[in-house]
Design a protein around this ligand. Sequence first.
Ligand SMILES: [Zn+2]
Length: 235
Amino acid sequence: MSRRTIVLPHGKTVEYDLKRIAKKRYGIRINPDNHVTVSVLKRTLVRDAEAYIRKNEQFILRTLEKNERRNAEHTLVPDLTEMQTVRIFDREFRLIRRFANENRASVQGEEILFYLRDDSEEAQNALLCLLREKLFPQYVQSLCQRYYPQFAQYTQGFPKIRYRQMTRSWGRCCKTKNEIVFNKRLAQKPADCIEYVVVHEFCHFIHFDHSKAFWQEVEKRIPDRQQIQKKLNNQ
Ligand SMILES: [Zn+2]
């Protein structure tokens, strides 16, 4: 594999990995972090590979732009001091500020009372993390309730839901214990990623492995699960 640079017909400079493979056909892969990989047949000349890339300029530009927009949206820390409402997972809350020397937040129905020791981005970010942690179990619970009817015939009643700090996986399903464990770290992930993990774990009540049949069950409910999976593991 080699790292190269190309200037596209309309002027954009793109860096990419050129991968020469034995069989397979030509392909361009763009990861959510905008890492570009171009695969060509083993003895393809760089000149021909470049012609192929230029021919696909529109696709490349469109995808790069889409990723940039999405990444910018996600890293943007909202300014809580200027906002009336804040959206956390699937709920919208009214923000009420109180003054105190510490960062603290309490959720009361549709309102969030928050205290910020200063208005720095860091303090606001910490508060948002705290809120997400707090509201995470409710969000997971509501997703489980929404999806449960589709899996009821494979479980022994509504499964036990638990939360744990895990290092290797986002969730675990134990059919014999009728239990799903979710990684607490999921709380800081986008809502659609959390929904994907819920569906993934529920599908393990039907198929315990990651067979083709398993992924078909997941994709029936989350058609773009591959993209969501990438997002989940890249952010
Ligand atoms: Zn799994």
